[in-house]
Write a protein that binds this ligand. Structure first.
Ligand SMILES: *Cc1c(COP(=O)(O)O)cnc(C)c1O
Length: 393
């Protein structure tokens, strides 16, 4: 049996890329007067909002907090239903639970893996208040159709764009489609602030609510105060949290944003190599693109169809890991988590997402990968295909 030369260390599926400029940007903040609640926050917010084609940005301590803020601003509460995809990270539906709302899962399109607009329509009820589409793997969901459904039924659209900053749909940037769009700056995402997140929006009412929610529900804005007892005076007008980002993080974010387009180019180059080198292998399904979508490629997911391969997905997964290729699985349908099962969600709810989950493996993809890293992923994948291939297919 052929062996691929084993790497000495595990290649992760995703990783940040920081350079001396990034480090210097953080150090400068540390040497200055404001390490939190200073001027870098607005600089970062403006940079991301203008990049994404939105008017306002509100930075948060992480993407999950940002989603929580968006659900608050949308007025989600007890008795409200919010439709989202099961193929996502926990935060996309947990944010609905935080507000006392009910997540409703609509199945994915089996080709793009994004929420299927027809399935959204099937899940609508008089209680539906919002939709949270997720741009899975970096490919925008079908935002034109989702917006159309939302307009028709008076729903708020909160786009979970944790995977898709820099992507576009019908030539329009992610961030300019939904009522509110969330970006995450976790180190595996396109640009990082270690932990961090942001909502971008064109809506001033949402913007003001998000600002308050991020900081205890407080305001000092003279326009918003019900009375004014003096220069010290502030008011708490709603129940908020401390979800603030620090200036060190925002400075890192500003510096990283300058590199975003270069990072996306590099991701697209690696994807083109994977697509070319792994094409035409029977039973190995490569990621497909919607004709209107231009992904910014957070994840490269392949599927090993069981009809073509001996052994389970688990054995195939472990074979990659044995070769120090740090593959991953994104994601088990959220409602199959024990906590959600206890809430009453059950297997069989979204058959496409469940079928997807049984066969998916995420290959490493990040801009700092070397040519050799990329080649090793390809060699190991081809080797595993040979080792696990069924005899007579
Ligand atoms: C990363 C991620 C989040 C949450 O972001 P954090 O910054 O880690 O809180 C939400 N949704 C999706 C789809 C993600 O991948």
């Amino acid at each position: 049996m052929e062996r691929t030369d084993k790497r000495l260390t595990m290649l992760p599926y995703g990783q940040q890329w920081l350079d001396e400029e990034d480090i210097e940007a953080v150090v400068q903040v540390l040497r200055g007067d404001f390490i939190t609640q200073g001027p870098m926050i607005q600089a970062f917010e403006q940079k991301v909002a203008s990049y994404a084609g939105a008017k306002y940005g509100v930075a948060f301590s992480n993407g999950t907090a940002a989603l929580h803020g968006a659900c608050f601003a949308a007025g989600i509460g007890s008795g409200d239903e919010v439709i989202t995809t099961p193929l996502t990270f926990l935060a996309s539906s947990n944010c609905v639970l935080y507000q006392g709302g009910t997540p409703v899962f609509a199945d994915i399109d089996p080709i793009t893996y994004n929420i299927d607009p027809r399935q959204i329509e099937l899940k609508l009820t008089p209680r539906t208040k919002a939709v949270i589409p997720v741009d899975f793997s970096g490919q925008p969901a079908e935002m034109d159709r989702i917006q159309e459904i939302a307009r028709l039924h008076n729903l708020i659209v909160i786009e979970d764009a944790a995977h898709s900053i820099g992507a576009d749909y019908q030539g329009r940037k992610v961030g300019s489609w939904a009522d509110m769009t969330m970006f995450s700056f976790h180190p595996v995402k396109h640009v990082t602030t270690a932990e961090g997140g942001m909502i971008v929006t064109d809506n001033e009412v949402f913007y003001r609510k998000l600002l308050q929610f991020r900081s205890h529900g407080m305001t000092r804005d003279p326009q918003e105060l019900t009375r004014n007892e003096g220069p010290w005076y502030y008011e708490m007008q709603s129940l908020g949290y401390n979800y603030r980002m620090t200036d060190m993080q925002a400075a890192l974010g500003v510096s990283q944003m300058d590199k975003l387009d270069g990072f996306i180019d590099k991701r697209r180059e690696i994807v083109a190599i994977y697509n070319r080198e792994l094409a035409g292998i029977p039973g190995l399904v490569l990621p497909e693109q919607h004709p209107e979508a231009a992904s910014s490629w957070h994840l490269y997911v392949v599927r090993f169809l069981p009809e073509y391969f001996e052994g389970s997905r688990r054995e195939i997964f472990e074979a990659f890991r044995d070769c120090n290729i740090g593959v991953n699985v994104h994601y088990m349908p959220v409602y199959l988590q024990p906590y959600y099962r206890e809430l009453g969600y059950a297997e069989g709810l979204c058959s496409n997402a469940e079928a997807y989950y049984e066969t998916a493996i995420t290959l490493p993809l990040f801009p700092k990968m070397s040519d050799m890293d990329v080649q090793q992923v390809i060699d190991v994948t081809k080797d595993i295909v040979r080792r696990f291939k069924k005899g007579n297919v």
